[in-house]
Ligand binder design. Structure first.
Ligand SMILES: [Zn+2]
Length: 184
């Protein structure tokens, strides 16, 4: 949303928020066994709700996204949808913080989204990249250059700790400022 800036208006911010939220939850498709399954479900449901909300907002405000997608043509949309489904399956089946947390997956999801709806792709990529950066700060790290085995970790904090909470509060404040600056 901050990348979109106040000039895009509320519809633009809704699109940025939805794309960013979807991109941010995609890497953790590889999370299967978690101590807090409701947290994962809530995060995914929140991103899905933001996407649906943005599509409704967009439809009411001139259907910019729908027209962009329609302009792609049926063949391109089909290739993009198959690509997204294949990437989601690969992410779901991969070991935690391997393929789905790599630059390859980031490029793949961004490219598949671009085939379906170009305006959403930068925000999906940005949300995805933000997730990778935050995970890279943790002790566990991630395999950024998958399929290379070498892991990457800044070893600064643990997942779910105080740093996590500070990032969440900072992000919510930034969202509040972005919306406030956009309001007429
Ligand atoms: Zn992750």
């Amino acid at each position: 949303m901050l990348a979109a800036g106040p000039v895009v208006g509320l519809t633009g911010l809704a699109i940025a928020a939805a794309g960013g939220a979807v991109g941010a939850v995609l890497p953790d498709l590889d999370v299967r066994d978690t101590a807090h399954p409701w947290r994962e479900r809530l995060t995914r449901a929140g991103a899905a709700a933001l996407l649906v909300g943005a599509l409704v907002f967009d439809a009411v405000g001139g259907a910019f996204l729908a027209r962009e997608a329609a302009a792609r043509g049926a063949g391109t949309l089909l290739v993009g949808a198959i690509g997204l489904a294949a990437l989601a399956c690969a992410a779901r089946l991969s070991a935690h913080r391997s393929f789905s947390h790599s630059l390859l997956a980031l490029a793949g999801f961004a490219a598949a989204t671009h085939l379906i709806c170009p305006p959403l792709a930068p925000y999906v990529a940005l949300g995805f990249a933000t997730h990778l950066v935050l995970d890279a700060l943790t002790y566990r790290g991630l395999r950024l250059f998958w399929p290379l085995a070498h892991g990457f970790s800044a070893r600064l904090c643990k997942t779910g700790g105080v740093a996590d909470a500070c990032c969440l509060v900072g992000a919510l404040l930034a969202i509040g400022v972005a919306v406030w600056r956009t309001l007429p």
